[in-house]
Design a protein around this ligand. Structure first.
Ligand SMILES: NC(=O)C1=CN([C@@H]2O[C@H](COP(=O)(O)OP(=O)(O)OC[C@H]3O[C@@H](n4cnc5c(N)ncnc54)[C@H](O)[C@@H]3O)[C@@H](O)[C@H]2O)C=CC1
Ligand SMILES: O=C(O)C(=O)COP(=O)(O)O
Length: 546
């Protein structure tokens, strides 16, 4: 389906320069309306990865559900892409590592369709228990068969929940209210949390052996792929019924079909499949009344589709406006509330990282990020990411951002060490941040802090104390502390019509080695650096652009 959603009240001239968003799966109109506030919106569904790759290059954002596969090829073709928004939970149809490497933020809607999926699961469990789809089909086709569809009750039966997350725990809560006993398996959930829901946390084998119903609410990962297979099916009771409204691929579909056909399993209800759409020749299609199949409907309610459309469209809008996304799956620890709280420190870290890359020069092998004083109590991950972004800015320019800074650093073999030292007491209430780079030019360090009003201060360059605000153009010299040298540098810059905004000298001992830091109003003209290094007493001089 091809269609362009035009913003009704946007002047054509502005509309033509607005970012472009491609919507490649059916998304509720409310989401399209939100996107249209800030972007040109094209709706093109049913595209194959190669078809998507052919057109994605003109888009700044992509919004999808589970029907679109975003391969590395699509990511590579999406040279303008800034954000991929998944209107749902699972992002396994997106090559997230490839997007991260490209600095593309991937967002989802973690809770927008939780109730929908849980209720679909419960509907599938009860339909399976009372043969509702087959009884319906039989009656509609003229039958009145009250013998073939005798079912079973779920009351006092044992439900085994694999994955006690948002959906699994809602299913468990409702099932408990229906009088079911609850077992759960989830390696990342505490026994206390399970008990709060009324479930007993057990090992998977115990769950397989004891459950009358097994419901899966897990992502597809290397650990969960083929979790239900011939071997694990053999551990279950021959009356056990399996429901999967999570992800295809966690069940070996051939093994399940064989077990149902052989009467080794009581039945199954599936909403998701290893390959979707389900293949015409799938062994699942040939089975009778003990198997219910739905076409990935878990999130298909009007309420859920409004929820996820609004949630993700707002995040795409925000990112296109330069604001943070609230549910990024590939930015470590950088949630909007954290971002707001740490923003000044992130700017400090990024500035220091940019400065350090130019002070150190050469090939970088290690970065140590040292949070000091009050700053040591803050969450460090976002600060490390911001420092890395700054450190790589000169090399990668706008290609590096908070999404890919960590991965870019690791791909360059830069070891990252993070330390905290709350004992450091300096003049800065918010603490200070020290970055140390080790590489082909030895070890270099910079330190900075925030003043009370949030203004950034560079407080050390290598071993020298300074106290200067960062500025766009800066000149650093290493020299012997001696009378007249400052004047010579000032006169030399003046002779080249370079205006000095501020100048400061950092030294540890009188007439010893020292550093001079100059903030300049303009970039240094060609050739002046060579003239500066000719001044007696100057051992090094370099410029920095922040
Ligand atoms: N059929 C549909 O239309 C829908 C399917 N889903 C899928 O359902 C699944 C669950 O969604 P949510 O509950 O929102 O996710 P969630 O992240 O809240 O819960 C997943 C749970 O699985 C657990 N888990 C991870 N690996 C595990 C393993 N190896 N063994 C046992 N437990 C493991 C996690 O600890 C977590 O508690 C997701 O894969 C999602 O994509 C979600 C919505 C709709
Ligand atoms: O949210 C999920 O993980 C889902 O599987 C929902 O899929 P859908 O958006 O309905 O294609």
């Amino acid at each position: 389906m091809i269609g362009r959603i035009c913003g009704s009240s946007i002047p054509v001239a502005r509309w033509l320069t607005m970012p472009k968003v491609l919507v490649s799966d059916p998304i509720d109109q409310v989401g399209l309306d939100i996107l249209s506030q800030v972007a040109q919106v094209d709706v093109k569904t049913g595209l194959s990865p190669s078809e998507l790759a052919q057109i994605i290059g003109e888009y700044d954002a992509l919004m999808l559900r589970s029907g679109t596969r975003v391969t590395a090829e699509v990511i590579e073709a999406g040279q303008k892409l800034r954000i991929i928004g998944r209107a749902g939970v699972g992002v396994d149809n997106v090559d997230v590592p490839a997007a991260t490497r490209r600095g593309i933020v991937v967002v989802n809607s973690p809770e927008g369709n939780t109730i929908a999926a849980a209720e679909h699961t419960l509907a599938m469990m009860l339909s399976l228990s009372r043969h509702i789809p087959d009884a319906n089909a039989s009656t509609k086709s003229g039958g009145w068969d009250r013998k073939s569809f005798v079912g079973t009750e779920v009351y006092k039966k044992t439900l085994g929940v694999v994955g006690l997350g948002k959906i699994g725990s809602h299913v468990a809560t409702v099932a408990k209210a229906m009088g079911m006993k609850l077992l759960a398996y989830d390696p990342f959930i505490s026994a206390e949390r399970a008990e709060q829901i009324g479930a007993r946390l057990v090992e998977l084998d115990i769950l397989f052996q004891e459950a009358d119903y097994i419901t899966l609410h897990i992502p597809k990962t290397p650990e969960t792929a083929n979790l239900i297979n011939a071997e694990t099916l053999a551990k279950m009771k021959p009356t056990t019924r399996i429901i999967n409204c999570a992800r295809g691929g966690v069940i070996n579909e051939q093994a399940l079909a064989d077990a149902i056909a052989a009467g080794k399993i009581g039945g199954a209800a599936l909403d998701v499949y290893d390959q979707e759409p389900l293949q015409a020749d799938s062994p699942l299609r040939a089975l009778g009344k003990n198997l219910i199949l739905t076409p990935h409907l878990g999130a298909s309610t009007t309420e859920a589709q409004v929820n996820v459309a609004v949630d993700v469209a707002e995040q795409i809008r925000d990112v296109l406006l330069g604001l943070p996304a609230r549910s990024a799956v590939n930015i470590p620890g950088l949630y909007p509330d954290i971002l707001e709280k740490l923003r000044p420190y992130l700017q400090l870290a990024e500035t220091l990282g940019n400065l350090l890359s130019q002070v150190a020069g050469g090939r970088l092998e290690q970065l140590t990020v040292r949070l000091q004083g009050e700053l040591a109590a803050q969450q460090s991950q976002p600060i490390v990411v911001a420092a890395l972004k700054g450190l790589l800015t000169q090399a990668l320019r706008e290609r590096v951002n908070y999404v890919n800074a960590m991965i870019e650093a690791k791909e360059r073999g830069i070891r990252i060490i993070e330390t905290r030292d709350e004992s450091v007491r300096d003049d800065y209430a918010g603490g200070s941040l020290q970055l140390v780079a080790t590489g082909s030019n030895g070890e270099h360090r910079v330190m900075g802090a925030l003043l009370g009003d949030g203004e950034i201060r560079i407080t050390n360059v290598d071993e020298f104390p300074v106290n200067v605000p960062p500025s766009r153009y800066m000149l650093f010299t290493r020299h012997r502390d001696m009378p007249g040298i400052i004047g010579k540098i000032g006169s030399l810059l003046g002779s080249f019509n370079v205006n000095i905004a501020s100048m400061q000298v950092g030294r540890r001992i009188v007439r010893g080695d020292a550093v001079m830091v100059l903030s300049l109003d303009d970039p240094l003209p060609e050739g002046i650096l060579a003239e500066i290094t000719k001044v007696a007493g100057i051992s090094d001089a370099y410029t920095v652009v922040l």
